[in-house]
Design a protein. Structure first.
Length: 211
């Protein structure tokens, strides 16, 4: 693969991962390639999609670039999104939703930090379901997006406002729950141990009787 082809493939991967429109200057900064070259390569990438009539296309919005689906495929894509929208929430989705709801507005990096994993896919799913939405950007380097819950979230959980959310357990309560779970686990292990000992004793008795 030539250097040019490698750069085009890299740009494609970056645009796909970003999801949102991204400035050519940002791509230039990350790849350490001058902006004129970046825009030329983006032009080649867009032409490649058009030439092979790909389901994807590259669009430019206010000096930002974004990958999106081609209009003629809107109907099947929309049906797929409806199916995904009606899929029950996973435990990960509930956790992300709770983080957003209790903190009012948060960035994706904050959610990732709290859960300890990349939550971009879960966030996208919740946006598609209409439970969270973009609420703007922080006035910080990179201007990260912030997310918050929607009116649909309130309706789904029968809330008038986020103030109606149940209170989070206090630290002491969490510690007690953890302690109780640990004790239960120890009791379970003890029961298993006792059962194994009884089974072993029965086996020994059975062998002794045969002898």
């Amino acid at each position: 693969m030539s250097k040019t082809d490698n750069l085009i493939s890299t740009l494609e991967a970056m645009l796909f991962t970003a999801g949102d429109p991204i400035e050519a200057s940002k791509l230039s900064e990350v790849l350490d390639v001058d902006i004129d070259t970046i825009e030329m390569l983006l032009g080649h990438l867009g032409a490649m999609y058009d030439e092979r009539e790909s389901g994807l296309m590259l669009i430019r919005i206010d000096n930002k670039y974004q990958l999106c689906t081609r209009e003629i495929y809107n109907e099947p894509v929309r049906k797929l999104m409806e199916i995904k929208k009606n899929t029950p929430l996973s435990n990960a989705a509930f956790e992300v939703l709770a983080i957003v709801a209790y903190n009012k507005t948060v960035t994706r990096s904050f959610i990732d930090q709290v859960r300890g994993v990349d939550c971009s896919g879960t966030i996208s799913s919740l946006i598609q379901k209409g439970l969270i939405e973009e609420k703007g950007r922080l006035d910080l380097p990179g201007r990260p997006l912030i997310y918050g819950t929607t009116d649909r979230f309130l309706r789904c959980f029968s809330l008038n406002s986020l103030d109606d959310l149940p209170e989070l357990p206090k630290t002491e309560e969490i510690e007690q729950i953890t302690k109780d779970d640990t004790q239960t686990s120890l009791f379970d292990e003890k029961d298993v141990k006792n059962e194994n000992e009884i089974k072993k004793e029965n086996e020994i008795s059975h062998i002794a009787e045969e002898e």
